[in-house]
Design a protein around this ligand. Sequence first.
Ligand SMILES: [Zn+2]
Length: 411
Amino acid sequence: MALDLVLRNALIAGRDGAACDIGVAGGLIADIAPTIAADVPVEDIGGRLVIAGFVDTHIHLDKSCILDRCKAGEGTLAEAIAQVAAAKRAFTEDDVYARGRRTLEKAIVQGTTRMRTHVEVDPRIGLTSFNAITRLKRDYAWAIDLEICVFPQEGLLNDPGTEELLIAACEAGADLIGGCPYTDRDPNGQIARIFAIARRFDIDIDFHLDFDLDASWMHLDEVCRQTKAQGYGGRVAVGHVTKLSALPPTAFQETARRLTDAGVAVTVLPATDLFLMGRAHDHDIPRGVTHAHRLAGHGVTCSLATNNVLNPFTPYGDCSLVRMANLYANIAQAGAPSELATCFELVTTQAARLMNLNDYGIAVGNPADLVVLDSGDRAMAIAELAQPLLGFKRGRHSFTRAAPVLHRPIG
Ligand SMILES: [Zn+2]
């Protein structure tokens, strides 16, 4: 096949050996070889690391960038949910689209090529946010693959009309369904309804779960039980599970074993978990961040993700998954090169596995999603916050970030 483009001197992340060339044809990776000779445009990347892009498994585009409409005085989960619920009443489709676009464009220039966004659905907002994010998904398909996970942030069984709207969104093309049992008057009832909808549409599930530091009980037990009972292993993810950060080592290992046994994956959301957890303490504040790299070491499929951007859940955010992995590594005291390399995997290959993205990675036949990092090593990329320099989506140049330049005095 005639090539369209060659990336020269590329170090492929996670693969031993010298730099090589990557040939692109028809939007796919067509060849990987020590040297590819072809009379086509060549991008020499000088022995830098190339990845298939970062994978953000959990973000909320619909409620990003609303800090100017909310207050985050207490910094508690209850305040964040109430503040966003109030602000949401004024959301319009164009407003959600504009804020979502701002956040999505940030993610694209940070090297993210695949993303799962949660979108709130309930009788107040209806399908307004879902429709806006569906437009974004279509309009930015040239740069990023966006998965839409609809979910009931304010409860399901306590909120009549919500289930019908979730089903309507699934009929209109939602990619998967989420849940938030901790806001429901009947958490196990919600878990059962979400599984029923998922099975009806044959879609995966992604719950917000166990978002406090009381490890004496967990909704995770019911999610693992239902996952096994419904034959849904490998299709269920849970986000936050900050309760696991409060478990002693033996109980933590036992929980990891139950997760692998059931086929339930975990997303840790360091920025939000750090901001909202431990607010009952006025000193010696617990970090409240579950150790994803240790769960991964026990065989659990895990990811680190952005979650909220510039809202009362998380009044920060640049959508950089390198920064998120660095923040996590620092909190989790993961400093050995092997631990940092695992942190890199939690925002790339492991994250892709959580989303069941079977065509992710630098391999012949996969989409030519190629992001160049200003680094030669996965662990050092996390340690030094390596910047993405340029990216291609299905072989088409999608973004460039200029490398910094020093202007030394002359003479
Ligand atoms: Zn979330």
